[in-house]
Design a protein around this ligand. Structure first.
Ligand code: FDA
Length: 306
């Protein structure tokens, strides 16, 4: 049943019609639990509150699967406005971006130009930009653009890698040699068994293997998970291997395992929260429901709340 629900939500995440309706009617159906609000102002306020609790932030100006040049240019301008707002407020954050929001499906060159502008602006204020990894169909193009950007901005740009993919072991071996800043995640998209492990147990195992590989390479590792078994294992691993706290951090999504985030901060671990905001919340919200179909209870409760 859980697998059916997961597939259903991941299929729903791709509906452009539902996305358009969601944008028009505003944050609904319990999405407020996972999305900080619709405006930059909401993002700034949330960042301030989290920073005060000892949590760092990465902001995601929500959006993906953009198919017009105007929308891609608008998304790039919004990312730059976000950087400006945050730099005025002097907050501890960086930016996470999705390449399909910035025109990857329209023209790779156009997308590269947009990302270059964003990263150049980030570099002026010493901020960092992370490229989220989207579905497998965009994996190769994402790597192509990442390598071009990394050549120009080695300290300003990083990538997310999904443990569910067979190819990720090879990718991590290569990124480790180059000392790339990697966020490791399990993977949130529906993929075919030809490219990804169908069984969660295999994903969980590869996740640990890749984390250990990257932690012992030259690159920075963002351990992006809410899985306490993994977190406990990695806490022990970094102690045994004597890996300094400057070389890694834990990352979790806004609205998920909030107490665990604060507990880790109390124990002295660096923790960063991924904070999405904006009107384009629908697909992101569907993926959060797919990860944990029990979240549907929030949807039902919010529908019947006055
Ligand atoms: P797992 O799914 O095993 O969950 C472990 C526990 O966490 C669950 O038992 C539950 O308690 C809690 N939990 C997990 N998801 C929950 C949810 N939605 N609601 C409530 N509780 C939940 N993916 C991707 O493909 N590309 C990317 O770029 C990113 N980026 C990214 C950044 C950050 C900071 C995080 C934390 C995650 C991502 N992801 C991602 C998503 C990632 O791939 C994965 O889908 C989720 O993190 C869920 O997997 P866990 O590692 O938490 O483990």
């Amino acid at each position: 049943m859980e697998a059916i629900m997961r597939n259903l939500f991941l299929t729903m995440a791709k509906s452009q019609t539902a996305n358009r309706l969601a944008k028009r009617y505003g944050l609904r159906f319990g999405a407020q639990r996972f999305v900080a609000g619709e405006s930059i102002q909401h993002a700034v306020e949330t960042t301030k509150r989290l920073n005060e609790q000892g949590l760092k932030v990465t902001l995601d100006h929500l959006g993906e699967s953009v198919y017009t040049r105007d929308e891609a240019a608008q998304a790039a301008a919004d990312c730059i406005r976000t950087l400006d707002a945050i730099s005025e407020a002097e907050q501890n954050m960086y930016l996470s971006i999705k390449l399909t929001q910035l025109g990857l499906d329209i023209d790779e060159g156009l997308c590269l130009d947009h990302v270059k502008k964003i990263v150049s602006r980030a570099a002026e204020s010493g901020y960092f930009v992370r490229i989220d990894m989207e579905d497998y169909a965009h994996n190769e193009a994402t790597f192509r653009l990442f390598h071009k950007l990394h050549a120009d901005f080695p300290n300003q740009i990083g990538l997310a890698i999904q443990a569910c993919l067979h190819k990720s072991k090879q990718d991590i071996a290569e990124l480790g040699k180059k000392g790339v800043n990697v966020r490791l995640v399990k993977g949130a998209y529906k993929e075919s068994p030809e490219v990804a492990f169908p069984d969660k147990a295999d994903v969980d195992k590869q996740f640990i293997d890749l984390l250990e590989m990257h932690l012992t390479s030259g690159g920075f590792t963002a351990i992006a998970t809410h899985d306490e078994t993994v977190i406990t294992h990695i806490k022990q691993f970094v102690t045994e291997q004597d890996i300094p706290k400057e070389r890694y951090e834990f990352q979790m999504l806004y609205g998920i395992r909030t107490q665990l985030q604060l507990d880790l901060v109390k124990e002295g671990y660096p923790v960063r929260v991924y904070v999405p905001f904006g009107t384009d919340w629908y697909a992101y919200f569907m993926r959060r429901l797919a990860e944990r179909p029990a979240n549907v209870n929030f949807v039902l409760r919010s529908m019947f709340k006055k």
